[in-house]
Design a protein around this ligand. Structure first.
Ligand code: NAD
Ligand code: USQ
Length: 414
């Protein structure tokens, strides 16, 4: 299998930030793409009183626009991974070569709001993934599971972080063992539970999987998505304290003149990856599957910075573009190390041919350009920017969701 092979690819979570971008790219390359989603991301963002800075279309409209380019090479089914019958029916009808599993609740702060949000996150993620593993065993045992885990599975240990496994010596014996996982939120913990379930399924059923420890993704553009050329195809872009991630939030903050929100001392260090490169890596992984029964782990990151350095880069690019940008240190709502060792091995993807498309600084310039037309949309929701969800005492968000219940049936276009 290589880069010219046409694949039948099932994307779980196709309506999301990465899922929609990936679907367009894989279809553009000539693959047959089937997507599923239950639109929970649209509902949870609405629940916390926010919306995507980029106005995204309903899935009906998205499919109309995509089909004009890709015809029957792209399809969509609405449904929930927590429903085993739905998952198995889709797998039976799609007969995928690869299944890219992005369909989980992806926010650490959301999982820390209170017991309902923690339980929802782990039920949704762990049970959805378990249903998938059983459906693969029963109906598609040769397919390649490309699973989105997170660098946060490892936490911030005082050792260099290898790609999944490391050699360890204990009481005079040496072995290649799984590197310890130390997740920092109930969301990150859900990914660790998935890791164990996938490893077990590969070992006992002979499934094949690439478990991706991905760093924080940022950006507005891919090869197929350019807001000024084809706004109808844009993917979502969140900037609120719950669903927005560090660089995406800093760029949205810059555009409306809100101080950049560095949490605490700001020495928290992470690996970052542009959206266009997340798509490049996922495509390479689909094109290069592991052997049957193999469970492999790839660390998927590009540049490594601490969150103060990042804010300074965004501020520098913003000022160059005429924006008045200030960096602020706000009290850290999370319970996390603010100064720590962080050195990550990430060779596998580069060995497969991954080459970063642009530097982080160049990407930030494009993001500011893309977000400026949506300044008013960001400004209208400015109240969701400053952090209110804390890790330590499990308090709920101050406003908006005290009477929380997970709404399963409301569909919105936020
Ligand atoms: P996203 O929320 O935009 O996309 C996930 C999609 O899955 C959403 O459209 C959601 O509606 C859908 N979904 C969730 N639960 C579902 C279920 N039970 N059934 C059907 N659909 C369901 O998130 P994203 O930022 O695109 O992230 C995709 C994946 O990558 C997630 O698993 C996330 O944990 C992981 N990840 C993201 C980042 C990042 O920075 N964005 C970094 C590392 C890992
Ligand atoms: N941070 C700030 N200011 C902000 C937002 C975040 O200083 O305005 C800090 C956080 O305290 C944290 C770091 O930036 O130390 C990263 O936070 P984040 O919100 O950008 O990312 P995180 O919560 O870790 O989650 C995101 C995605 C998640 C993915 C993870 C990859 O939402 O789906 O799993 O990135 S990783 O961080 O490598 O685990």
């Amino acid at each position: 299998m290589g880069k010219d092979t046409i694949l039948n690819i099932l994307i779980l979570g196709m309506d999301g930030y990465i899922g929609w971008s990936l679907a367009l790219h894989l279809a553009e390359k000539g693959n047959r793409v089937t997507g599923i989603d239950n639109f929970s991301r649209r509902r949870t963002v609405e629940e916390i009183g926010s919306w995507s800075a980029t106005p995204i279309h309903s899935m009906e409209k998205r499919m109309q626009v995509a089909k004009a380019n890709y015809q029957e090479r792209i399809r969509f089914h609405e449904g929930d991974l927590v429903d085993y019958k739905f998952v198995s029916d889709v797998i039976k009808s799609c007969k995928p070569d690869a299944i890219v599993h992005l369909g989980e609740q992806p926010s650490a702060p959301y999982s820390m709001i209170d017991v309902a949000h923690a339980v929802y996150t782990q039920q949704n993620n762990v049970i959805g993934n378990l249903n998938l593993l059983f459906a693969m065993r029963n109906f598609s045992p040769d397919a390649h599971l490309v699973k989105l885990g997170t660098m946060g599975e490892y936490g911030t240990p005082p050792l260099d972080i290898p790609e999944g496994f490391f050699e360890v010596e204990y009481n005079g014996r040496r072995a290649n063992m799984m590197f310890p996982r130390q997740p920092g939120s109930f969301y990150h913990a859900s990914k660790v539970h998935d890791t164990f379930n996938i490893m077990l399924a590969c070992r006992i059923w002979g499934l094949r999987s690439t478990d991706i420890m991905q760093g924080v993704v940022y950006g507005t553009r891919t090869n197929e998505i350019n807001l000024s050329e084809n706004p109808d195809l844009c993917t979502r872009f969140d900037f609120d304290e719950i669903f927005g991630t560090a660089i995406n939030r800093y760029t949205a903050e810059s555009v409306i003149g809100h101080s950049l929100t560095v949490y605490g001392k700001g020495g928290q260090t992470r690996g970052f990856l542009a959206l266009v490169d997340s798509i490049q890596c996922l495509t390479l992984i689909c094109e290069n599957p592991p052997a049957k029964g193999e469970y492999r782990v790839f660390n998927q990151i590009d540049e490594v910075y601490n969150v103060t350095e990042l804010a300074e880069i965004v501020a520098k690019v913003g000022r160059r573009n005429g924006l008045a940008v200030e960096v602020a240190h706000v009290p850290n709502p999370r319970h996390e190390a603010e100064n720590h060792h962080y050195k990550v091995e990430a060779r596998h993807l580069r060995n497969l041919g991954f080459k970063p498309t642009r530097s982080l600084e160049q990407e930030v310039g494009l993001m500011l350009e893309d977000l400026t037309p949506f300044k008013d949309r960001i400004k209208e929701k400015e109240q969701v920017i400053d952090p209110k969800t804390t890790w330590s005492n499990g308090q709920s968000l101050e406003e908006g969701i005290q009477n929380y219940s997970i709404r399963q049936n409301t569909r919105t276009t936020s």
